[in-house]
Write a protein that binds this ligand. Sequence first.
Ligand code: LLP
Length: 406
Amino acid sequence: MGFENLVFGKQDAHQLLQQYGSPLYVYDEEILRLRCREMRNLLSYPRFRVNYSAKANTNVGLLKIIASEDLDVDGMSPGEMHLELMAGFLPHRITFIGNNVSVDEFRYAVERGILVSVDSISQLKTLGPVNRGGPVCLRINPGIGAGHHEKVVTGGKEVKFGIATEDLPWAQDIAAQYQMTITGLNQHIGSLFLEPDAYVDAAAFILQTAASLPTVEMVDLGGGFGIPYRHGVEPRLDLTELGTRLDTLINEWVERNRPLTIRTEPGRYVVAECGALLGTVTAVKENDNTVFVGTDIGFNTLVRPAMYDSYHEIDVAPGTERPYEEYRQPVYVVGNICESGDILVHDRVIPRCKEGDALIVHDAGAYGFSMASTYNSRPLPAEVLITSEGNVRLLRRAQTLEDLWW
Ligand code: LLP
C-alpha cells in the first residue's frame, strides 16, 4: 500500500484511465501465462489435465491465452460454454459442470459433444432422455469443505452441491436405465485454501470412491487453490508440497487399481493476480473523525469486498505531485452505489488521497468483472490487456448508456 503510478510496473495508471475510461480492468499476459504453467506443472503424474474454471473470468481474450497454454476448461452455463467455444476450445476440452440446470441447458452441451457432470439424482434423471447411451460425470459431495467464507464452501453437509456417496448405487441404476456410462467423478470442496490438508483429504476420498466404480476413467479433484490477497502477510500456497502429496496418492491408487486421468479445476489461481482494477477518487470527506475516500469503484464493479468482506490491496496513484503521507485515523474507501454496504476498504491505513487520484486495486482478475453488474444503471467498464510485449490491447470496450437499454 503506497503511492504507485505504474500498473504491473509497466503502464501509467492515469494514462490508461484517460484512454479507456474509469473504472477499468487491466490484465497482464505474462502473469496469466505464469499461473497457467504453475497449475499445469502441479503434478508430475502423466495423465494430468487442468480445467480452468471459467466462472472466475470469461473474457474471451484471456480464454484464448489460457487455451494456448494447453489448459482445458469447465463451463457452468450455456453462456460460459459459448464463450469457451468462441475462444477456440474444442468440445472435448470442455466439461459442463452445472447445478440445477434445465433440460435445454443439458441439450446445449450434449448436442455439441460436451461432457456433462450432474450433481443430483434429480439432474441425472433430467439428463437421461437427452443423453441416452452417452457418458456422464457425477459430482460427489465428499463431506469435506473449505473456503474463505461460508458462502464459498461447497463440500460438507448443508451445502447444495454434490451427490452423497450413499446415493451412488442409486445413481448407477438411473444411469443404466438410460444406458449412460459413468466415466468420471468430480468434486469441489470450496474456494480459497492456502493449506493443502483439506484438499489432499478430499482427493483421497474421491479416489477411494472411484475404486468401486469400474467405469470411471477420469477423476476431477476440484479447484479452490488460494492466492495471498494480503501481500507479504499470507504465505503462497505451497504447490510443491501439494503436488508431491497428490502425486503419491494418485500413483499408489493407479498401481492398485487401473489407469486414470486426473483433473483439477482452478479458477482464482489462474486469473486473480493477473488482474488489477483501476478507479478514480471522486470525493474525500471526514465524518466524525472517520475519513471516507469516495471513488467510482462501486460494488457493481467489484462485489467481493461487499459480498464476502474480502481484502484487496490497493495503491494510490497521485494525480498531483506531492510528498507521501498517510492518514492517522480510520479510513473507508467507498464506491458510488446507493447503499451503505458499498465499501471497498475498511478501516485501513492508506495514503492520503485527493480528488483526481487514481486507485489500483490488486488481485481483481478473478470474480471481478465476471461478477460485475449494471446496478444503479452504471455501464460495465472496459477490460484491457498488457501483452507480453508490453503493449496495451482493448479486450472489451466499456458499455455505453445506450447499451443499458437492451
Ligand atoms: N469448480 C467448481 C465446481 C466451482 O464451483 C468453482 C468455484 C471452481 C471450480 C473454481 O474455484 P476456485 O479455484 O476459483 O476457487 N465468487 C467467490 C468464489 C466463488 C467460487 C465458486 N465456485 C469469490 O470471489 O471468492
